[in-house]
Design a protein around this ligand. Sequence first.
Ligand SMILES: Cc1cc2nc3c(=O)[nH]c(=O)nc-3n(C[C@H](O)[C@H](O)[C@H](O)COP(=O)(O)OP(=O)(O)OC[C@H]3O[C@@H](n4cnc5c(N)ncnc54)[C@H](O)[C@@H]3O)c2cc1C
Length: 416
Amino acid sequence: MQRYSVFSLIREGLNGHRGWHRVWRHPEPKAAYDAVIIGGGGHGLATAYYLAKEHGLTNIAVIEKGWIGGGNSGRNTTIIRSNYLFDESAAIYNHALTLWKTLGRELNYNIMMSHRGVLNLAHDEHEGRQLKRRVEANRLNGVDSEWLDAKQVKDFCPVINISHDIRYPVLGATLQRDGGTNRHDAVVWGYARACDAMGVDIIQQCEVTGIRTSRGAVTGVETTRGTIRTPKVACVTAGHTSVIASMLDIRLPIQSHPLQALVSEPIKPLVPCVIMSNAVHVYCSQSDKGELVIGAGIDAHNSYTQRGSLDIIEHQMASLCELLPPVARLRMMRQWGGIVDTCPDASPIISKTPVKGFYINGGWGTGGWKATPGSGHVFAWTVAKDEPHPIAAPFALDRFHSGALVAEHGAAAVAH
Ligand SMILES: Cc1cc2nc3c(=O)[nH]c(=O)nc-3n(C[C@H](O)[C@H](O)[C@H](O)COP(=O)(O)OP(=O)(O)OC[C@H]3O[C@@H](n4cnc5c(N)ncnc54)[C@H](O)[C@@H]3O)c2cc1C
């Protein structure tokens, strides 16, 4: 793999940039692989990366119906944090946060990781009590978390309006200082490049249309570019997880909803951290380009269209204008949507299934970006060893029969 560094940049600059290598190949699908991963988003590519790197499985393919990162991975607002309530969630999200901290160096790819801090605002006494409880739970799990009163919120993020005469005044907030954002495309491309260098085939413009089985075990996948034999299929298709599972008559407790985001025109630095508000349903950060990146909750209806409804935008912008008054003078530049896969307990599914050799990593809903490296890491273990990684075990499918749900609605809340 060609090494990226300031020296290679200078060398290529002097050379007219003629020496850069192609970052990944575009191979034809082989007739057979040791494992096939459906879905070339961050989670699918991370799964392939750890399968190759840590389990020595390099004769594998990532099959993507569009282009890599064209799904939710390229459409999300990249908020990263691990301040969920329950031990099971803290374990997986903290595992991911630990991997994020060194991922850029490991992949030799600048993922623009920024630990700028994440504020979760409280607007009433009850919400404040819930958030303070979460701070205590977080600390017991080693998650970086603290409570700020309204004045401390203002000191940390001066643009926030803490006046008492707004409809939902800010009473305080939790702060996770090592939370933040990164660059989604860079993560996808960095993983893809490293996978390719280890021999993983990344096959784009190839849709999986069926899964073949024999005697209750996977034998291959049918695709728009032919049939591929394989004993292991790992489904990592976010909003389309139930579509793939239905190919094997597996019914999942997942609902697919549109979730949208939008960005403003670029401005000078205004928002130094990530601001999230569950009560008024809006969140915001500022990209390195200067655009405010703004999101809210899901559309209430189920859909596979990658766009959201106008009423959500109206509501979130009204909330944001109260919270950050200068925003009222900004023009919004772009809006887009993705399809998120939500589970009844707002926690993911990382699991074996009743069909031997078929594994599911999905149900991340509105907040799976932050988990990308951790999710790929524990899922690769599950696929390679055919047994759940200890961190993944609580997120198995059987929790919907046993009732051992990991109910994270409070922490997932406004999404992300
Ligand atoms: C607007 C928005 C904002 C968000 N903000 C945040 C945030 O701030 N923080 C956070 O943590 N999370 C956020 N999320 C959630 C996050 O984006 C997802 O949980 C995460 O990116 C899912 O990654 P993935 O790799 O599983 O899915 P994807 O990136 O969607 O990848 C799945 C891939 O599967 C492919 N596929 C589907 N069906 C087939 C098939 N039949 N054959 C082949 N390929 C197929 C798709 O084309 C797609 O590329 C947000 C989501 C949206 C939509």
